[in-house]
Design a protein around this ligand. Structure first.
Ligand code: SF4
Length: 616
């Protein structure tokens, strides 16, 4: 029940016990709707409440929650993305990973906003939804299949009306950065695919009737018109619809923040070979998520060179970086094949590229030897070696078994000073913006509840010159805290409806309008107030923090790899010589703005203000 509108029907979740195959429907309480609205808010609320502290991420006791926001499947634009929430095997933290394609709409059409998977199936299985009811089926015949084969086979079995989210061999092999894939889009980061693999679930296939009941259809229809105009008439629309993020390397190179050779340099020699213009030449089609006029994905075909004929949907900017800058290669074709292999085998491209760069550096410094690599020559710039590493990692073969642990655990296992070269924060490999040259983005990485994610608090002020809520100096060692908090909390607020964050970052959808849509779909007028939404965003962030603190993850983990605080950024143009000179000051400022104590623990006053007394 919605406390402000008792007539509104409550959202529902479905809890599936994989040990027994039994399932149970639950209404999500009105107080939870009021305080967390939906999407990411529901995910952390239930994970915090239901998961005992200290549970090992691969244990049957971990939860895997697949969920959407209330706007999914309604015809609203850019809101049918879906989230996988659980405790991450890569970071040990709370984790939320967001996926695209059209699976989110189909999940919503089951009638549930959340599906909570508990326990572990006795044999490899998949879940088939029909008429809103789940059935657990034997998946032994699709075991080890790639993600595209799995989806094709399930369509053949159950009809073309079926949409699937699945894992590839990497998820089955518990690679700690395996993703969950729908189409070629994935909830890639943080190893949610490995959590699904640990539950012995290969796929979730949905056959559903396209329907969402809305409290005010005419009012909502008017909002849809307004939304379409806001997106398609915005300044960023034509460029983003044409290129997606594939021109970002031009910007980050110009600013000297394109992490190169495992974060030694800020630019890569010969980067022009994979500039945005070069990607344009290979493009054969646009690719879109459900109900999105921006279709920011691109399909490419390599016309010539060593990878002639390779095709892939993608890469986006982060993947372009992962398979060039991270290993010091400028071979554009390798980004296409590398992306394709990761999609098929079920790997997160960012962590994979970073792990490959880490391995190259260890090899150069003889921390890894030919004996360790099984004779594989891990030379910088060798893109063919990268393809070998991708396959070996997905199957945990030889050196791949080490890299499948992620850079943090791999470094711990190796010793010999390897941890200096592991470029992660809280275990999550750092994305494609060198934080020495964008220090607010760096502070956001360090304080993120899921480790070094660019997405969870993207610094549009530094990266695209946004002046809202205020301009920032990307080179300054202090003065970022309030803007970082704004970026983090507003992202959390938008993800209550699982709005694609690109639309928010590009200024197409702003909080007041997003609030109107949420108020309409939930029959809750208070959601149209941006201040209310920001407070919900803050509540979500603090609850995620409380989860991590309960796991023993706090100030010590809000930190940067030593390389970034001690080695100046080189070959970096306008960012030349920058270093994270005073990380403690940045963190102190951030805690103060957040209302946290010096150890990064929210004060009792802050928790009461946010209604989070349960975490005291
Ligand atoms: S902008 Fe791109 S990622 Fe976002 S919903 Fe549209 S197609 Fe998907």
């Amino acid at each position: 029940m919605n406390p402000t509108n008792p007539a509104a029907s409550p959202p529902k979740l479905l809890r599936i016990d994989l040990n027994t195959g039994r399932y149970q429907e639950e209404a999500i309480p009105g107080t939870t709707v009021r305080d967390y609205i939906g999407g990411r808010g529901f995910g952390v609320k239930y994970l915090y409440r239901d998961l005992k502290p200290g549970v090992e991420p691969f244990s049957p006791d971990n939860k895997l929650i697949l969920h959407v926001g209330p706007l999914a499947g309604t015809g609203a634009l850019c809101v049918s993305r879906w989230i996988a929430t659980g405790k991450s095997p890569l970071t040990g933290t709370y984790f939320r990973s967001v996926g695209g394609d059209d699976f989110g709409a189909w999940l919503r059409w089951t009638g549930y906003e959340m599906v909570v998977l508990e326990g572990r199936a006795a044999v490899p299985s998949y879940i088939l939804f029909r008429e809103g009811k789940p059935e657990i089926r034997d998946a032994r015949d699709i075991r080890s299949k790639t993600t595209s084969e799995t989806q094709r086979l399930l369509r053949e079995k159950h009809g073309d009306n079926v949409r699937t989210a699945c894992i590839g061999p990497a998820g089955e092999n518990l690679v700690r950065f395996a993703g969950i894939f729908a189409g070629t889009h994935c909830a890639g980061r943080g190893g949610m695919g490995a959590v699904m693999g640990a539950k012995n679930i290969k796929a979730i296939a949905i056959d559903a009737v396209r329907n969402v009941e809305l409290p005010d259809p005419p009012g909502f229809k008017a909002l849809l018109k307004e939304e379409a105009a806001a997106i398609t008439k915005s300044r960023g629309f034509p460029v983003f619809a044409e290129h997606g993020t594939t021109h970002n390397q031009d910007n980050t190179t110009r600013n000297g923040i394109f992490p190169t050779k495992n974060f030694r340099y800020g630019t890569l020699d010969g980067w022009e070979r994979f500039s945005g213009g070069e990607f344009d030449k290979m493009k054969v089609a646009n690719v879109s998520c459900y109900a999105c006029p921006m279709h920011c994905g691109n399909k490419y075909r390599v016309p010539d060179g060593p990878y002639a004929g390779a095709t892939a949907e993608g890469p986006d900017y982060e993947t372009i970086w992962a398979f060039t800058g991270a290993i010091d290669s400028n071979e554009i074709g390798a980004t296409i094949l590398g992306n394709h292999l990761c999609d098929e085998l079920g790997l997160d491209t960012m962590s994979m590229g970073s792990a490959a760069g880490f391995a190259c550096e260890l090899y150069e410094r003889e921390i890894l030897t030919p004996k360790d690599t099984g004779g594989l020559d891990l030379k910088w710039g060798d893109h063919r070696m990268l393809m070998d590493l991708i396959r070996k990692t997905a199957y945990r073969d030889g050196i791949g078994d080490l890299l499948a642990e992620g850079t943090r655990l791999a470094a711990q296992r190796l010793g010999k000073g390897a941890d200096y070269y592991a470029m992660h924060i809280k275990g999550l490999e750092i994305p494609a913006y060198d934080p020495r040259g964008v220090k607010g983005q760096g502070l956001s990485y360090a304080t993120s509840s899921i480790g070094a994610s660019h997405n969870i608090g993207y610094s549009v002020q530094e990266l695209f010159g946004s002046k809202y809520p205020r301009p920032v100096d990307r080179r300054a060692d202090s003065g970022h805290a309030d803007v970082v908090m704004y970026n983090q909390d507003s992202s959390a607020a938008f993800e209550t409806g699982v709005l694609c964050l690109f639309t928010a970052q590009l200024g197409m959808i702003r909080l007041p309008f997003f609030g109107k849509m949420m108020a309409s779909v939930r029959s809750a007028p208070e959601f149209s107030d941006p201040e209310y939404l920001m407070k919900v965003g803050q509540r979500i962030y603090n609850l995620e923090r409380a989860f991590n603190l309960r796991e023993g993850i706090g100030r010590k983990e809000d930190s940067f790899p030593l390389r970034l605080t001690s080695e100046p950024l080189l070959k970096a143009g306008p960012s030349e010589g920058l270093v994270l000179g005073n990380p403690d000051l940045m963190i102190d400022e951030y805690y103060k703005v957040r209302g946290w104590d010096q150890n990064g623990v929210p004060t009792a006053e802050k928790l009461r203000e946010l209604g989070l007394e349960e975490t005291l």
